[in-house]
Design a protein around this ligand. Structure first.
Ligand SMILES: [Zn+2]
Length: 442
């Protein structure tokens, strides 16, 4: 995630309780979305989207008569439960749905919501290229829960004009022509993932197929030859091996797809990453300029499989991906290149520190991050991981990373989870290190 948008995706599902709540679960969430089933129709020329989503949710605590979901600026046309229309109120960037009967702890509900809108962010339309692709802020194009710790399955029917190729979250199940000439591309994501990782990309892409072990690799782009796409992504198989080894956990899906699109800073989704055409050309010019490819692939473990519980622990996504890209550079090009990467991170961090901007890697909030805040999360985060590696040594460091990754695979994490894994693995007390470098406590 190289992005401005994450701070927007921080609204939690809020429950308005009919009675005082019973004790909430340890992570504080009251409600859990189990899965989304959606049909999404982007109008690439018009810059608009219409959709229908069915949301299967379960109450974790208390009793509720209404629920609130994130909707950004989407217009809600109708909300139904078992065919019955429900009342709803529009709140800023949310919709509050009135349930016909209160829902109690442990009970489930299925809400069907129809909506439309013209997303300003979260879904980018590039009409002249016939491209559309999502950018993190999922509630801009899908009514959902934006909170990163509410992981859910996702079944997406993406309706597009004929002639476009689409990638999406999970596995492509079918591509079915409709009588009106459109094609319905259906993707099914069976493993639960954070909604900010849901997404798709559509365009006049060509595709190169490769594989590593049991993982299918797909490289897509428009305006690149098959040979060029193969050259841009030629390190991907080696990266997949390297991160699998470092994680101690297999890549979680059967396919990893990378697509070059008109313009993006680079972003990860569940099972795919988007990079820009300009970046693709930069790699063709300099085959060693592959850090961003490594960064986004590293997110498939650190960010996607193991997700920060909320954005205050965002460095567990971004500091990790930045550090892991440097670690891949070390594997591929040698120690000097790794140290160069770390030194660049250190220099950027120290400039912020000297300007008085040093902060804990755990942010009190992440609603309006500055450029300096992003430097803390990305560059200081990577540098601190390097310092920890230097302090405890390679064997203990990587054993701790494997323990952390295996323990929390599929879950959501806080900084203390990471500290605990490293301490349990090494047998060391890392309190002083974390106080100084992570929390910036005296
Ligand atoms: Zn990232």
């Amino acid at each position: 995630m190289n992005m401005q948008q994450a701070y927007r995706a921080c609204a939690f599902l809020v429950l308005v309780a009919a009675h005082p709540l019973a004790a909430a679960p340890p992570d504080g969430r009251l409600f859990d979305v189990l899965g989304y089933v959606a049909t999404v129709r982007p109008d690439i020329q018009g810059g608009t989207v219409t959709g229908d989503v069915s949301i299967h949710l379960r109450l974790l605590s208390g009793k509720a008569e209404t629920i609130e979901l994130d909707r950004a600026d989407l217009v809600i046309d109708e909300v139904r439960q078992q065919g019955r229309r429900l009342d709803f109120d529009l709140l800023p960037r949310r919709v509050r749905v009135h349930l016909p009967t209160p829902v109690a702890r442990g009970e489930s509900r299925e809400l069907a919501i129809s909506y439309h809108g013209a997303p300003r962010s979260g879904l980018r339309f590039v009409a002249e290229r016939q491209q559309a692709y999502t950018i993190f802020s999922t509630s801009e194009w899908l009514v959902c829960v934006d909170a990163p710790d509410d992981k859910a399955t996702f079944d997406l029917r993406l309706v597009l004009p004929a002639g476009l190729k689409a990638i999406g979250t999970g596995t492509l199940v079918s591509e079915r022509p409709e009588p009106d000439g459109t094609i319905v591309h259906r993707f099914r994501q069976k493993r639960r993932a954070s909604s900010y990782l849901f997404g798709f990309a559509a365009g006049r892409f060509i595709e190169v197929k490769a594989a590593r072990g049991n993982t299918a690799l797909r490289y897509l782009g428009d305006g690149f030859s098959p040979d060029e796409l193969s050259r841009v992504f030629r390190d991907t198989p080696g990266m997949l091996d390297f991160f699998t080894r470092r994680a101690g956990v297999a890549y979680p899906l059967d396919t990893y797809t990378q697509a070059l699109v008109a313009n993006t800073a680079g972003q990860e989704a569940w099972g795919f990453s988007l990079l820009s055409d300009a970046y693709g050309h930069a790699v063709l010019d300099d085959p060693a300029a592959i850090s961003l490819i490594a960064h986004e692939l590293a997110h498939q473990w650190w960010g996607n499989l193991i997700t920060c519980q909320d954005w205050t622990h965002f460095w567990l996504n971004e500091g990790f991906a930045t550090f892991m890209a440097a670690a891949y550079d070390e594997e591929r090009f040698g120690r000097e290149v790794y140290l160069r990467d770390i030194d660049r991170a250190r220099v950027r961090y120290e400039a912020v520190r000297e300007a008085g901007g040093d902060r804990s890697l755990v942010f009190p909030d992440w609603n309006h991050p500055t450029a300096n805040d992003r430097t803390i999360v990305y560059q200081k985060g990577a540098y601190v991981l390097h310092l920890l590696r230097e302090q405890i040594g390679d064997d203990m460091f990587w054993a701790g990373i494997r323990r952390y990754t295996a323990t929390h695979a599929g879950g959501s994490v806080t900084t203390d989870d990471f500290k605990r894994s490293m301490e349990e693995s090494s047998g060391l007390n890392l309190g002083a290190f974390f106080d100084k470098w992570v929390y910036v406590r005296q």
